[in-house]
Design a binder for this molecule. Structure first.
Ligand code: NI
Length: 135
C-alpha cells in the first residue's frame, strides 16, 4: 500500500531568462519581459512529495520533520532571497526557468530520500503557472 506525503515550502528569488549566446533582440522575442536585464522576482511555492510504503513501526512514509529540514537545508538556504542567475552556481550556464529550477531542486533532494520511495517536485512560479518533475 503506497501513500504519498507532501510538504509545502516557499522561497523568493530573482531571475532573468536569457541566453548569453543570443542577441538582445532574440532574447526579447523569446523571453519577453522575463529578459529584463535588471531582473524580476517571483514568490515561488514548492510542493515536495514522497511516495512509498507506510513503515509498520512508525506509521510514516517519511518523518515530515525530516522532510521539512531537508527542504530548508537543500532548497531554501540555496535559493531564498537570491538572484538565481548571479548567486546560484547551478544557473551560471542554465536558464533559471521554472522547469530547470524544479529539476535542480529534485537533484538536490533525491540523494536524501529513501531510494525505495518516489520523489516529486511541483514548483509554482506564479499562482497559475507550475511545473512538475518526477525524475
Ligand atoms: Ni520570471
Amino acid at each position: 500500500m503506497k501513500v504519498k506525503v507532501s510538504r509545502k515550502a516557499n522561497f523568493n528569488a530573482a531571475h532573468r531568462l536569457y541566453r548569453k549566446d543570443w542577441s538582445f533582440e532574440k532574447n526579447e522575442a523569446v523571453f519577453g519581459k522575463c529578459n529584463n536585464p535588471r531582473y524580476h522576482g517571483h514568490n515561488y511555492d514548492l510542493i515536495v512529495s514522497v511516495e512509498g510504503e507506510i513503515d509498520p513501526e512508525t506509521g510514516y512514509v517519511m518523518d515530515m520533520k525530516v522532510l521539512k529540514d531537508l527542504i530548508k537545508d537543500q532548497v531554501e538556504e540555496r535559493f531564498d532571497h537570491k538572484n538565481l542567475n548571479e548567486d546560484v552556481p547551478d544557473f551560471q550556464n542554465l536558464n533559471p526557468t521554472a522547469e530547470n529550477i524544479a529539476v535542480v531542486i529534485w537533484n538536490y533532494l533525491r540523494p536524501h530520500i529513501d531510494s525505495a520511495n518516489k520523489l516529486e517536485v511541483v514548483l509554482y512560479e506564479t499562482p497559475r503557472n507550475f511545473v512538475t518533475y518526477n525524475g
